[in-house]
Design a protein around this ligand. Structure first.
Ligand SMILES: [Zn+2]
Length: 232
C-alpha cells in the first residue's frame, strides 16, 4: 500500500528522468550502473542526504564549525574531537532503498515488459510482487554521495555487501517461504559480496547484481522459465 507521505517523495519521477540513459544507449553494464547511480544522486540531493559533519562543542559556544564529506579527526576551530556525522546510513536507508526499488520496477516494466506491484507496507517481506508466488526483494544503496561542493564521499558496504542488509533479506526470504513453499524469492541489488555470487539456498532462489547486464539477463531468463512473460 502506498502511503500519502510517500507520494510527495519523487521516486518515480527520478527513475523516469534517469531512464533516458537506458533509452538512449540501451542496456550495458555502463548504462545500468549510471542509471542507478544517478537515481541515488538525485534522491540524496532531493532529500539533502549529503555526507556532512558538525562540531558539537563549537555549537555549545555558539560558534559553528562544520563541513561536507568525512569528518576530520579533530575540529579545525576548537581542536576537540566532538565532531559528529549528520546524515548516517540509517538516515539514508529508506530513501535510497525505495529509490532502488522504483528504479528497478521501471527497468523491468520498460525494458522487459514485466509488470510488478510495489509494496510499501511496514510489515512487508519483499518489495515487488510479480505473481503471488514470485516476489523480488530489492536491496540497493549508493556506493558514494555527491556533496553540494562537488566532493564525493565513499559510503562503503553498498547493497548486499552490508551484513545487516544481507541478514534482513535472508530472514525475509525464510519467513516468506513458509507461506509459499513452492514460491520464488529473488533478491536484486547493486553490489554483491564475493561469497554471495551465484548464491541460492532453499528459500532464496537467486541473488542478482542488476547493474551487470549478464546478471540482469539471468534474472529475466529465470522469470521466463517460471512462466513470467513480459508484454512487449
Ligand atoms: Zn569545534
Amino acid at each position: 500500500m502506498m502511503h500519502i507521505s510517500d507520494l510527495a517523495i519523487p521516486y518515480l519521477k527520478i527513475a523516469k528522468q534517469n531512464y533516458k540513459i537506458i533509452e538512449k544507449n540501451g542496456v550495458t553494464n555502463e548504462t545500468l550502473s549510471r542509471y542507478f547511480t544517478e537515481c541515488f544522486n538525485d534522491i540524496c540531493s532531493a532529500m539533502s542526504l549529503y555526507k556532512c559533519w558538525v562540531c558539537v562543542r563549537c555549537m555549545e559556544l555558539c560558534k559553528f564549525s562544520y563541513g561536507w564529506g568525512d569528518k576530520p579527526d579533530a575540529c579545525p576551530t576548537c581542536g576537540e574531537k566532538t565532531i559528529y556525522e549528520v546524515a548516517t546510513f540509517q538516515a539514508r536507508a529508506s530513501y535510497v532503498g525505495e529509490t532502488f526499488q522504483w528504479a528497478f520496477w521501471l527497468l523491468l516494466k520498460n525494458q522487459y515488459g514485466i509488470e510488478s506491484r510495489p509494496t510499501s507496507d511496514i510489515t512487508r517481506l519483499y518489495d515487488l510482487e510479480i505473481r503471488p508466488d514470485v516476489v523480488i526483494e530489492a536491496k540497493g544503496s549508493p556506493k558514494y554521495i555527491v556533496n553540494p561542493d562537488g566532493s564525493h564521499s565513499q559510503l562503503g558496504r553498498a547493497g548486499m555487501t552490508r551484513s545487516d542488509t544481507k541478514k534482513k533479506a535472508f530472514a525475509n526470504a525464510k519467513e516468506w517461504s513458509m507461506r509459499f513453499q513452492n514460491g520464488h524469492f529473488f533478491v536484486v541489488t547493486n553490489a554483491i559480496p564475493n561469497e554471495l555470487r551465484a548464491y541460492r539456498n532453499d528459500t532464496v532462489k537467486a541473488i542478482y547484481d542488476v547493474t551487470k547486464k549478464n546478471q540482469l539477463e539471468s534474472l529475466i531468463f529465470d522469470l521466463k522459465t517460471i512462466g513470467i512473460v513480459g508484454k512487449t
